[in-house]
Design a protein around this ligand. Sequence first.
Ligand code: URA
Length: 209
Amino acid sequence: MENVFVLDHPLIQHKLALIRDENTGSKEFRELVEEVAVLMAYEATRNMPLEETEVKTPVGPAKVKVLSGKKMGIIPILRAGLGMVNGMLKLIPAARVGHIGLYRDPDTLLPVEYYCKLPSDVSERELIILDPMLATGGSAAKAVEILKEKGATNIKLMCLIAAPEGIEAVHEKHPDVEIYTASIDEKLNSHGYIVPGLGDAGDRLYGTK
Ligand code: URA
């Protein structure tokens, strides 16, 4: 599949297995989601541009490579996306964090924006949207739309688990958006849950139900 990257690093897969387990409680679930976010950030930033510079070591001058100052933005979709923020920030501490809150209109079933606070220079940043579960793709596609309306041109989407339906829905509207996921699961059930998935990511992160 074009523009879809399944991150199959053994540590990511092992931790995802624990995350899926219904016997994993909220504390451990939160810790594991954060750890997987660190590992996924590492994988998704593989192609960040570098530039050559020089530093002086105690022994002498050394030609070194440093990140070429590309500005990053992390955009969690409320509320489950929050669970991945700290992990991402561990590896990309200079990233700005924007928040997008969406709810589903009960009549139209379409996502509606109820909160949006973004860095003012969002159009200049390389953005990574965070949402652990890419289910119908409605929220993710809407978040991309909101960011594009503000001038963003470089957008990635990072989730833990994606349904084929969600990938298709996002790519139908936004084929330019690269999707990073730890797993592509089988399907959605009639309630919009990913099968086998992990249940409701927000509820499992925050112990609500
Ligand atoms: N959101 C979740 O938290 N879980 C799903 O399976 C689908 C959407």
